[in-house]
Design a protein around this ligand. Sequence first.
Ligand code: HEC
Length: 112
Amino acid sequence: MNRKTLLITFVLAGFLTACAMRRSEPAKQKMFEPATSQIANGEKIFMAKCQKCHPGGEAGLGIGLNPVPAPKFLKRFQIRHGLGVMPAFKKEEITRQELHDITSYMSAWKHY
Ligand code: HEC
């Protein structure tokens, strides 16, 4: 094996290990008992549609959401329109009520 092949092998191995570590993170994480049915519903939708990129609100493929003090209407805009890698969620996928449930759920994080 020449030096170049060796280098490429090392870089690839490092990359694959990093990917494997990401996958070993817990897929689901119950952070708290939701206080209202609205928050509970928001949690359910978040787990189904957002958790994979924002695991427990932490950074995954998406960025960390916990420390984000963005007002709810901005969050709703972001969810509806997407940004960069984050897909847009249209009305057929997340209803207006569900959208409000999700942001209530995300706001509830601050209190726990
Ligand atoms: C495919 C991965 C993916 C999914 C699914 C996803 N997001 Fe994101 N999200 C991202 C990425 C990446 C960003 C950062 C976008 C950027 O700034 O370019 C982001 C950014 C955000 C932001 C903005 C944070 C800030 O400070 O700008 C919010 C809020 C957010 N996501 C909420 C959600 C919610 C709620 C859901 C589920 C309905 C969701 N995301 C689903 C990847 C994802």
